[in-house]
Design a protein around this ligand. Sequence first.
Ligand code: LLP
Length: 386
Amino acid sequence: MNFNLRQLEAQETPFYYYDTQLLRTTLAALDAARAGEEHIHVHYAVKANARPELLRIILAAGLGADCVSGGEVRAALEAGFPAESIVFAGVGKADWELRLALEAGIGMFNVESLPELQRISELAVEMGKMARIALRINPNVDAHTHEKITTGLNENKFGLAMEDMLEAVREAERLEGVSYEGLHFHIGSSILDLGVFARLCERINELQDVLEKEGIVTRNINVGGGLGTHYEDPDVHPIPDFIGYMDTFRKYLNLRPGQHLHVEPGRSVVAQCGMLVSRVLYEKQGHEKKFLILDAGFTDLIRPALYNAHHLIQNLSSADQTATERYDVVGPICESSDVFQTQAPLPPSKRGDLIAFRTAGAYGEVMASQYNLRRLPGAVFDEQQN
Ligand code: LLP
């Protein structure tokens, strides 16, 4: 990641810094991994980062959008994503969200229950529209990731159970206002073990056999998102393994002739191009340890407090990066969970130093809140945005 320290020092903290050049390089790598195969469609998962400046760059790289709320559908449309390139998932789509998406004529509703299917049908008929739908199936494949970001197990609230698949397809074919176009899956996030995607493929192959035996034609297979990125060493691995990821589907997924493959990467596209930058307010000597108290807290980056997530912490102001100190790096929020990392190795740090949390482009700014009536973090870019 590139940045100009002078530029960062001139900003009010905390803020998110985005290296849009790195985003472009990442998108180019993703495009290369797709290798011009026209049946592969990439929909960026807007939930990872909905900054309009980034959405425009992602759109220009030819990606579609994956949304999980009416607000995201609107943001994608406003950024200029063609409606047909938008897919819309979520277990609890409200009427206004469904109406918005129907009105816009989005590419696909990823439907997560029979009552939702029925509601889409009712609204589509009422509005004189036809909704293209994919059924989200819970494949009961363990993503072996953090329990709070695992979605594809029987115990999770997402999708339809496999045993309900046939009934749901028949219902979709019977109902007016909806047309059955495909299957959707998403098993979890932050997945670095590509074998997990191979197991998903095997499960999809089995389900496709079941549908084929019944003479049901499935045009689209959407395998969701989930590819992880390296949080420990972002400078060594700035670009995720998109080639390995795509090759896994090429190798293990038995696509039928004419079928389209859809993927929905979020984290892997934007995580490395962003970092949260804050300032040291105080260095405090505790009973047995030192605290580094920052002006950023979990309202700015909640991942460590919520998932015990690790972000590499760096002192950008220190000329000598040798980590000779250990600090509990904490925020100013009145909650004991407002701790970014305990015993973080850092160079000696003092009031005013800039502290960066790397790999924060995904699920960072977009999850910020105003708890304690704090200000939302700002955003700074490597180049002028227009
Ligand atoms: N598609 C669906 C249906 C999803 O639910 C998600 C993420 C994605 C795609 C994108 O997954 P990705 O490629 O980013 O792994 N806030 C958590 C992550 C939650 C992910 C939710 N779903 C975190 O900070 O780790």
